[in-house]
Design a protein around this ligand. Structure first.
Ligand SMILES: Cc1cc2nc3c(=O)[nH]c(=O)nc-3n(C[C@H](O)[C@H](O)[C@H](O)COP(=O)(O)O)c2cc1C
Length: 162
C-alpha cells in the first residue's frame, strides 16, 4: 500500500492542505511538490492539490492529471480566492476530474487561499478586474485551522483505500 501526496503551490496555501493530508495518511506515504513528483503509476492512493489560476487548475497540475491513465483512487483538493460557491470553482474542479480520465475520484475538497497583497495590487490593474480579485478580501487568513479541520473530517468520512 503506497500513498502519494502531490501539490502545486506558489505561495504555500495548497501546500498547507497537502501537509495536513500527508500527516493524516498511514505509512507508506510520500509527499512531493508537483515539479518533483513521480508519476502516479506505482501508488495505490494519490491526493493531488492545485491552486486555481485564471479560472482553471494551474497548468502544471493539468499536465500531471493527464498521467492518470490507470484506474486509481484519487483525491483532489484545491485553494482559490473566488467564493467557494462560485461556478468558477466548480468548473475548475470538474476540469481536474475530466483530465484524470480513468481515475476513481474518491473525494474532493477546496477552500479559500489568501492572495499576497502585491499580487492583488498587480491584478487590480487589469481591465476588467477579474472576479476572483474582487472576492480576495474574504480569502485573508485562509487556509486556517477550521479549513484543515473540515478537510480531516472529510477524509475521515470517506471510505479511503488506506
Ligand atoms: C496569477 C494568479 C491568478 C489567480 N487566478 C485565480 C482565479 O482565477 N480564481 C481564483 O479563485 N483564484 C485565483 N488566484 C488565487 C489563488 O488561487 C489562491 O491565492 C491560491 O490559494 C494560491 O495557492 P498557493 O498558495 O498554493 O499557490 C490567482 C492567483 C494568482 C497569483
Amino acid at each position: 500500500m503506497r500513498n502519494l501526496v502531490v501539490y502545486s503551490s506558489k505561495t504555500g496555501n495548497t501546500k498547507k492542505l497537502a501537509e495536513a493530508i500527508y500527516d493524516y495518511l498511514p505509512k507508506e506515504k510520500e509527499i512531493y511538490s508537483i515539479e518533483k513528483a513521480p508519476a502516479p503509476d506505482d501508488y495505490t492512493f494519490v491526493a493531488v492539490g492545485f491552486r486555481i489560476e485564471n479560472g482553471a487548475p494551474d497548468k502544471a497540475t493539468q499536465e500531471y492529471l493527464k498521467k492518470f491513465i490507470d484506474e486509481k483512487e484519487l483525491f483532489l483538493f484545491a485553494t482559490h480566492a473566488s467564493s467557494p460557491e462560485s461556478e468558477e470553482v466548480k468548473e475548475a474542479m470538474n476540469l481536474a476530474k475530466e483530465l484524470a480520465k480513468r481515475a476513481r475520484i474518491v473525494g474532493t475538497f477546496d477552500c479559500l487561499g489568501e492572495v499576497p497583497e502585491d499580487v492583488l495590487a498587480e491584478a487590480r490593474k487589469q481591465d476588467p478586474v477579474p472576479k476572483w480579485v474582487l472576492d480576495a478580501e474574504k480569502a485573508k487568513g485562509h487556509p486556517n485551522e477550521e479549513d484543515i479541520e473540515r478537510l480531516i473530517k472529510l477524509l475521515n468520512s470517506l471510505d479511503l483505500p488506506l
